[in-house]
Design a protein around this ligand. Sequence first.
Ligand code: 6PG
Length: 482
Amino acid sequence: MKGDIGVIGLAVMGQNLILNMNDHGYKVVAHNRTAEKVDEFLQGPAKGTDIVGAYSLQELVDKLESPRKIMLMVRAGDVVDSFIDKLVPLLDKGDIIIDGGNTNFPDTNRRVAALKEKGIHFIGSGVSGGEEGARFGPSIMPGGSPEAWPFVKPIFQAISAKTENNEPCCDWVGNDGAGHFVKMVHNGIEYGDMQLITEAYQFMKDGLGMTHDEMQSVFIEWNKTELNSYLVEITSDILGYKDTDGEPLVEKILDTAGQKGTGKWTGINALDMGIPLTLITESVFARCLSSLKDQRVEAEELFGKKKSIVEGDKQVWIEALRQALLASKIISYAQGFMLMREASNENGWDLNYGNVALMWRGGCIIRSAFLSNIRDAYDIDPELSFLGSDSYFKGILENSTSAWRKVAAKSMEVGIPMPSMTSALTFLDGYTTARLPANLLQAQRDYFGAHTYERVDKPKGEFFHTNWTGKGGDVSSTTYNS
Ligand code: 6PG
């Protein structure tokens, strides 16, 4: 009997996905560039299963049922191209290559188009959930050649996480790089969620002087509220974790954040498309700032920074912080969905936002109860332009604004950096202001560069130039917008 699917790449994610597929009754052929890895896997975790090995790409191809489905679980970038180049001559028209790595979506756009010319289908799929997700149910976000989806769908939906209603956290996202785009936004949101949690932690630790056990209890309680999520849950575990000397391990970890690039891509993409994705972008910059450790240590001394003590009733502050975190999180998701909406329109992807929320409901790093509410919001209005306008989310934003402002103001007053929580509030203030000061900005542009402006008392699209100083000419510059 031939194999149902081949997987190339036996690092931890690849191995776990294979074992997951095997658990669901699929016959998997496993290949790795280094042959010993295949043997180690077959004699180790795969022992006693139906998984078979392939020691060359030709052997892999020969052992697979047609149309062949070959999933690459290798490092994103050139390695993917190199495997594609080697596989294509061995494949038949109609065969399917799947890239399950964290690929930047323009690469997937390119590969789908290039392989289409050769008659090979290509799927670029986000896979989220880390090692455990891959093994027992990840969130899977596939996009690319739609013709390939019916062949891959049963396998992917079987191995994916399921919601409480047993719906698979995997569905077709859209053409081209749509799957990898949605995974990129997932990761951007992951950056935002993580940053928000760390800001709440710093406010509690430095401002309120709370112990790790106290903070752990707060996160345990928060996890019983609308904030219920995987990241809040693991944060409570981390805060309770003691090093061998009985002290909290988290305080022994160097405060410089790493990043592999997906958050940065999300920010770059938002800038390219002109979407105010402020919270995620602040979260990326917060990681960049954290990496300037030596400079920060020097500057703290240079500026003689004082301890940032927050006075007042601790319980009142903790509840205010919870509300600020929740409201900021709504803004972050609202911005992320704005970005997806713009990308969908620009690329003709026809994204289904309710389905995206469903795919993120389980298995992935940002999984949370909150995503069910997002799905409901898009069920009510599939074209919702701002998530915060949905009645459920609008209610939360309105109820928490006062507490949120207090937390933001206090953090500014005492000097606790909370870039994401404060930028989220600033965003909402901007978004809900009918008249912003951009009129003055337009006047400045026109003053120094004759860039022209539109008038509130004239139809949009009609441009005016004023000779502000009496010295400039009447010739205006072109009025294109980038
Ligand atoms: C996931 C994660 C994963 C990502 C890590 C690390 O969905 O399982 O998003 O894909 O690689 O979270 O990302 P950073 O190194 O950029 O923090």
